[in-house]
Design a protein around this ligand. Structure first.
Ligand code: SLC
Ligand code: ZN
Length: 599
């Protein structure tokens, strides 16, 4: 067979990139149409376009693999060929590809349209996850109402999708094997380009677990004070419905009933946002202004024309927040059913962080228009949010009273509030893919989905179900990413590396001094208006995935590894407080040996 020279390979790639981007644009438009308006017509169109794009991918892949790229010398050309030589789900026979795409689309629809009846008024049965159930779980302090919402949503979402999910697993594994992976979990972790990636994650968790166990023990006591022995034991698992969130993945909504120093300034901007008449657009304009203040890019006009920033009335759509790249260098959008509160303002920064990454790498070759690894993509907006959420930043932008002062108690309240989101999240993010990796490997089978899910929830998060569970249930399927086939270890990576990025950007901005952390503590740093920090961040963002992620990490932090020390530095004052407080009240740390009360 003809052997293609490196020059022919380079020319081939240039042409292929144009075609790949054109097809990615078509696929993104069809997906957007469906996700923003769930109708059968939009589903059919999405499946048709996806099938056409898969056919193109398969044809071009057959051509791509004819190039002897491993013998080439240019590392850039080799890296592009290496990425393009993995075909993905398009490797499946057409009818199986369509079936897989249909399964994931239908599960996303069941999840996004699930409705339950109100606890108090059983005639009212039009409550959606967003916004009604999210607000109920955040605000209600009635344990029975919380249990109702928690159980009923699972009946209408996860429990209904168990069979479809099992079929999705089989097809995903079939595609992975046709791509020469042993199973889909191996295909998923390839994005981290490290044979020992899972070992790296386990080591990070070992370093972070003691901090989690302290905040878990403290929160358990405060919940016990609030709800009493009838609802939870002081030394066992925390029932999952009490944490202010449908999946108990971040505990920020129970700040008000567990704050260390009640009456001291609550670091929450919601009141000011409501009082100043903020709406969704204003929230995204405030986010944009932070990015431009550090010399990153403003959103293009099409962003404001085509994004969906508020839940539209009268139609079904996927409300789960998302940022979209249409791969034409011009069209970038966010879809978010935004509510006016602090948590949603930070989510707006999170989503805009994705768009900022899209904008910075928009001139890269097609294969490089992605994060250095998926965790980096999740970390961009959150890194900025670590500055935004500081009391002194919120005062600067008029979202906390100008006369509020940072005495030690209110400063600890602030750290605790951030800890409820960032520390509580870690074991959840880890167990999500510990469960899925074992499902793809066949260590967890459909007849053990539920039991293995709760074993992980107990062992890593120290939580239990508030009601008996059996294999008739499918709680994993009540989390969007599981039924939408979105990997999750990216968020664990993000929550570690965002503190490394924050630490380095703060140093660059002269807001943190590693030699004297007490003078300028990391948790007070705000890089707002620091062009030096923004330019440093930009130099990493512009790389996309053109280099292995340790190179990108090194550009910002000088390190080439994930490192939990930045997160631990940030929360050191909180850990000291929690250890002292748990000692004072004689808390049992952890939950080992507790007997689960259900399931
Ligand atoms: C906001 C997004 C879209 Se990428 C999201 O899925 N996040 C952000 C934090 C964790 C995870 C979740 O909601 O489960
Ligand atoms: Zn994200």
């Amino acid at each position: 067979a003809k052997t293609y020279s490196e020059e022919e390979g380079r020319a081939y790639l240039a042409k292929l990139n144009v075609e790949l981007l054109r097809h990615s644009n078509l696929a993104a438009k069809a997906e957007w149409a469906y996700a923003s308006n769930i109708t059968d017509e939009n589903l059919q169109n999405k499946l048709k376009v996806a099938a056409e794009v898969a056919r193109f991918q398969k044809e071009s892949w057959a051509e791509t693999v004819k190039y002897p790229w491993k013998t080439y010398s240019d590392p850039d050309i080799k890296r592009q060929f290496k990425k393009l030589s993995v075909l993905g789900a398009a490797v499946l026979p057409e009818e199986k590809y369509e079936k897989l795409d249909r399964l994931v689309s239908e599960m996303s629809s069941v999840y996004s349209t699930a409705k339950i009846c109100d606890y108090k008024n059983r005639e009212k049965c039009d409550l959606n996850l967003e916004p009604e159930l999210t607000l109920l779980l955040a605000k209600s302090r009635d344990a029975e109402e919380l249990k109702h919402v928690w159980v009923e949503f699972r009946k209408e979402a996860g429990d209904k999708m168990r069979k479809q999910f099992a079929e999705y697993v089989e097809l995903s594994n079939e595609a992975a094997r046709l791509n020469n992976f042993s199973d889909a979990s191996e295909e998923w972790v390839k994005d981290y380009e490290a044979a020992d990636f899972r070992q790296q994650i386990q080591e990070l968790w070992d370093q972070l677990r003691p901090l989690y166990e302290q905040i878990h023990a403290y929160v358990r006591r405060r919940l016990h004070e609030k709800y009493g022995d009838a609802v939870l034991a002081r030394d066992g698992y925390i029932p999952a419905h009490l944490l202010g969130n449908m999946w108990s993945q971040n505990w920020g909504n129970i700040y008000d009933i567990s704050t260390p120093y009640p009456g001291k300034q609550a670091p929450d901007a919601t009141a000011a946002m409501v009082e100043k008449g903020y709406d969704a657009e204003k929230m995204f304009k405030v986010a944009e202004e932070f990015f431009t203040s550090v010399n990153l890019s403003a959103m293009p006009d099409t962003f404001w024309q085509r994004s969906i920033l508020e839940k539209p009335a009268g139609r079904n759509l996927v409300c789960h927040a998302s940022a979209w790249d249409f791969y034409d260098g011009k069209d970038f959008r966010i879809k978010q059913c935004t509510r006016v509160n602090m948590e949603q303002l930070l989510t707006a920064h999170h989503e805009m962080g994705h768009v900022e990454y899209f904008l910075q790498y928009k001139d890269q070759a097609g294969s490089y228009r992605e994060g250095a690894n998926p965790g980096f993509h999740e970390a961009v907006g959150d890194t900025i949010s670590l500055s935004v959420s500081t009391p002194n930043h919120l005062r600067k932008v008029g979202l906390l009273p100008a006369d509020s002062k940072d005495d030690p108690e209110s400063e600890l309240n602030y750290l605790y509030n951030i800890g409820l989101e960032k520390i509580a999240f870690l074991p959840f993010a880890y167990l999500m893919d510990l469960w899925r990796w074992d499902v793809f490997k066949g260590k967890i089978t459909p007849d053990t989905y539920e039991c293995e899910w709760w074993k992980l929830r107990q062992n890593y998060q120290g939580l239990e179900s508030p009601v008996d569970r059996s294999e008739a249930n499918f709680d994993a399927g009540s989390k969007y990413h599981i039924i939408a086939s979105v990997p999750y270890i990216r968020y664990f990576v993000s929550f570690v590396v965002q503190f490394q990025f924050h630490r380095s950007l703060c140093e660059k901005a002269g807001q943190y001094d590693p030699a004297d952390p007490d003078r300028l503590p990391l948790h007070r740093c705000d890089i707002y208006q620091s062009k030096e920090a923004g330019n440093l961040f930009k130099s990493m963002l512009a790389m996309g995935s053109s280099k292995p992620w340790p190179d990108a990490m090194e550009v910002v932090t000088g390190q080439r590894k994930m490192d939990a020390s930045a997160l631990l530095d940030y929360f050191r004052p909180l850990l000291k407080y929690l250890e002292a407080e748990n000692k004072r009240t004689g808390e049992k740390i952890g939950w080992a040996g507790s007997t689960p009360r259900h399931g």
